[in-house]
Design a protein around this ligand. Structure first.
Ligand SMILES: O=P(O)(O)OC[C@H]1O[C@H](OP(=O)(O)OP(=O)(O)O)[C@H](O)[C@@H]1O
Ligand code: HPA
Ligand SMILES: [Mg+2]
Length: 167
């Protein structure tokens, strides 16, 4: 069953803002891994987790990077999430020492699914909405449930008319 979500507000995130927020997330995660503070690997939940995962891997000097592909939305319409591609099984185990990263948690259904697969992993996200917030072990910024976050890879700079119109 799919669900159309009423989003009253839009929150536009620039590349610069995303970079700052992803760095802030990296710094918060620094030294929190189980192996003398280090993480064994970073796993991005694609596609949205790819850019944050790259930024965090660079900040924390993590060289082992994998992905799990979960699809839960078609534009703003939500569907039950499904795993399309899993990470390397022998790397993952039960998730111990693995940092799993996404761009945001909304209903929490994507993270809930991935958490059932890797219960001991640490789940981190840049943005969190109230419904899914508890699914994330670490996040940076909370936005309201009726806000749709527009990421820089989904948008482009363009001309807008002046507020008072043109002569
Ligand atoms: O908490 P939830 O309600 O499950 O929503 C959050 C998920 O939805 C989006 O992914 P999407 O399924 O749209 O795929 P994408 O990352 O490829 O854009 C987003 O990147 C998160 O992974
Ligand atoms: O607010 C959002 N923005 C972009 N993708 C999303 N996927 C779930 N919620 C969102
Ligand atoms: Mg996603």
């Amino acid at each position: 069953m799919s669900e159309r979500l009423p989003h009253e507000k839009g929150f536009l995130v620039s590349w610069d803002q995303l970079h700052r927020d992803a760095r802030a997330l990296a710094w918060r995660l620094d030294g929190k891994g189980p192996d003398n503070g280090a993480w064994r690997a970073i796993v991005g939940i694609t596609r949205g987790g790819l850019v944050p995962a790259a930024i965090i891997a660079r900040e924390l000097n993590i060289r082992v990077i994998d992905t799990i592909s979960v699809k839960g939305y078609n534009h703003q319409t939500q569907h039950p999430p499904v795993v399309i591609k899993a990470p390397q099984a022998d790397l993952m185990g039960d998730g111990e020492g693995i940092l799993i990263v996404d761009d945001l948690v909304d209903s929490g259904k994507t993270m809930e699914l991935v958490r059932t697969l890797y219960p001991k992993a640490h789940f981190a996200t840049i943005y969190a909405k109230p419904k899914g917030r508890l699914q994330a072990d670490t996040f940076i910024t909370e936005v309201s449930q009726d806000t749709w976050i527009f990421f820089p890879w989904d948008t482009a700079l363009q001309y807008v008319q002046p507020y008072r119109g043109v002569d």
